[in-house]
Ligand binder design. Structure first.
Ligand code: UDP
Length: 334
């Protein structure tokens, strides 16, 4: 059963995205048991697509897609995408598998690089053989510690190639380069959204997998210290999941996105300390905010320039942080 908060958001997304292009299509979704992937699995099944979900459950959760796995048009394959093989004819490959949480990817740097490099090569080859559309989830991390705010797609990035975040940043940068090479050499239909800090229901908050936003919510609700790193003046721009997914699917359905990298994110920039305070306020929590050392190479500011997205799909993320946090906190409380 789909939770009522998620259900309402899914209906809103379906009002914006023309889902009929996916009806009766065969769609491979890597990382489909993950945070963003599970929302896309829900939508694709409701659009009438046949979906094959590939996930090794290293960071995703079966619980996210349990309500789908018994449906006739859904198949779940638990395996590492690097070893995935198939002779089936796919129309679309939505390639989302990856390790996105800094704590987690820094604990598994080799697997993180392999998923981005080898996994993306496997998906590029599958897409080429099938003449499929390949949508690849890239990241704002390709810009590293950016020097330009808001950051446009034309900025090349400021990344430490051997730093603690490089397994993620450089892995995604390699994947982008690889897919653009497939575009150039084979004319592959690739589309590369760069996703900026997405949040909402189903974002993991536990242990290594937690991101700042979900971890703060869990800490506030459990009356634990809210753990802000550094002085909390570093910024991020948080995009509510329904907006993120709408952006991704609009890019998947719009031919102007072919061969393009496009920022997908909300332009409302907040400091991490402001985020902690907002969460404390909405949860009415007594949790103290405590400060810990800032991790090495932590980007100082992050905010997307979404001009290109607006131009290509005539739409931009609009759900304000306050509203998105209220929904997310409600979901976590349940
Ligand atoms: N952060 C924090 N406390 C935490 C986890 C993260 O203050 O418990 C900070 C982190 O240093 C970064 C920001 O919050 O500046 C966002 O971190 P997140 O893990 O969400 O991912 P990132 O945006 O860095 O990829």
């Amino acid at each position: 059963m789909i939770d009522t908060i998620i259900r309402k958001d899914l209906e809103n997304i379906k009002n914006t995205v023309k889902g009929d292009v996916f009806t009766d299509k065969k769609i491979l979704i890597t990382g489909g048991a993950g945070f963003i992937g599970s929302w896309i699995c829900d939508l694709m099944t409701e659009f009438g697509a046949q979906i094959i979900v590939v996930d090794d459950l290293s960071t995703g959760k079966i619980k996210n897609i349990e309500h789908l796995t018994k449906q006739a048009h859904v198949r779940f394959v638990q395996t590492d995408i690097c070893t995935f093989k198939s002779d089936e004819k796919f129309d679309y490959i939505i390639h989302l598998a990856g390790h996105a949480s800094p704590d987690e990817y820094q604990t598994h740097p080799i697997e993180t690089l392999q998923t981005s490099a080898v996994g993306t090569l496997v998906m590029a080859e599958l897409a080429r053989k099938n003449d499929a559309t390949l949508l690849f989830s890239s990241t704002s991390e390709t810009y590293g510690d950016t020097e330009i705010i808001p950051t446009p797609e034309t900025y090349w990035g400021n990344v430490n190639p051997i730093g603690p975040r490089s397994c993620y940043d450089e892995g995604k940068r390699f994947a982008e380069a690889l897919l653009m090479a497939y575009r150039k050499q084979y004319g592959l239909d690739v589309r590369i959204p760069r996703i900026f800090n997405s949040y909402g229901p189903r974002l993991r908050e536990d242990g290594l997998y937690g991101r700042a936003l979900s971890r703060f919510i869990a800490q506030a609700l459990a009356k634990q210290n809210i753990t802000v790193y550094g002085d909390g003046k570093q910024t991020r721009s948080f995009c509510y999941i329904a907006d993120t997914v709408t952006g991704l699917l609009l890019l998947a359905t719009n031919s102007e996105a072919i061969g393009e990298v496009v920022n997908v994110g909300n332009t409302q920039e907040v400091t991490i300390l402001e985020l902690a305070q907002k969460i404390k306020e909405i949860t009415k929590s007594e949790s103290p905010i405590t400060f810990y050392p800032l991790p090495k190479d932590d980007p100082k500011r992050r905010c997307p320039d979404t001009t290109k997205l607006e131009k290509i799909v005539c739409w931009k993320p609009t759900i304000e942080l306050q509203e998105g946090l209220q929904k997310t906190i409600k979901w976590f409380t349940k």
